[in-house]
Design a protein around this ligand. Sequence first.
Ligand code: ATP
Ligand code: SF4
Ligand code: MG
Length: 331
Amino acid sequence: MNAVEKKLLLDIKDLKVHFNIASKSLLPWAKPAVLKAVDGVNIKLYEGETLGVVGESGCGKSTFARAVIGLVQATEGEVVWLGQDLTKLGGNDLREKRKEIQMIFQDPLASLNPRMTVGDIIAEPLKTFYPELSKDEVKAQVQAMMTRVGLLPNVINRYPHEFSGGQCQRIGIARALILKPKLVICDEPVSALDVSIQAQVVNLLKELQQEMGLSLIFIAHDLSVVKHISDRVLVMYLGNAVELAEGKSLFSDPQHPYTRALMSAVPIPDPIKERNKKIQMLEGELPSPMNPPSGCVFRTRCPQATETCAQKRPTLLGSDAHAVSCLQVHL
Ligand SMILES: Nc1ncnc2c1ncn2[C@@H]1O[C@H](COP(=O)(O)OP(=O)(O)OP(=O)(O)O)[C@@H](O)[C@H]1O
Ligand code: SF4
Ligand SMILES: [Mg+2]
């Protein structure tokens, strides 16, 4: 997809989410520590596009997603949705916009209310936003959506614990799509599922995306999952966006040393190439987001780090098609 020709849906500008962590010190003047979960992410998302988001555990993927949808408050920056900054909206205005952006969560069973039937779970957003709909209209829409996501409509009165993980995720997808949103944020929607089920759920999301003209933000640990579904991929490290690229360029020509290390760990289907490939191991521990390194946040693990990397913080430079945050890469 040529992102430049597409309509701009979401324009995220210098988004920061910092959490104040209470000090363990008993001294009354001890200040709370600041945890920089997301620390200045800039990205644009276009209509119909799938943006994959990858990075190690704790790098801020979920916090980024939750800030976009308004489930956590942005500390700084803007989340501009179709020309309107969501971080400045409150009450009913924000609620109205939330119709257009929905979320699917990692743990399908835990994200569904165990005391509600499948029908009520899927119907809940519809009843909230369209209270004027009759019971029969709601039921008809819920059953149509259940069929669309591969659930039999006659299980409408069953409870979540009666379903497998894959089926629970289909319920979560049906609930997210019942309002016909424009954007769905999928926070590791398949990582809790068996490998055989993962592909089914990813394929279902792809089909629904085509059919409904959806945009997706698809968060995953696993680069190979992101590769199959994404038009562009955002690589995050310690709350920062380190590389953003169209799937093809990212996988064939990763520029950031962190992306290269992630890529080298992805298995190659060709057994000879796989045997001969050099895996770039990441040295050292992931630093704490409460005390990130000065300059480039990746410098403590970067094989190419120089003295300048400790002093100067790189920014994501390049185009929508490929941008990198590294002082030594100039696209
Ligand atoms: N409400 C909160 N209060 C304080 N710290 C938080 C809060 N939510 C997240 N964090 C911290 O922010 C950082 C980023 O967390 P986040 O859950 O966004 O990472 P992630 O990339 O989604 O990780 P994972 O891959 O394990 O899901 C972590 O250090 C986490 O402990
Ligand atoms: S700026 Fe320096 S430390 Fe950071 S990724 Fe580039 S070379 Fe490595
Ligand atoms: Mg997460």
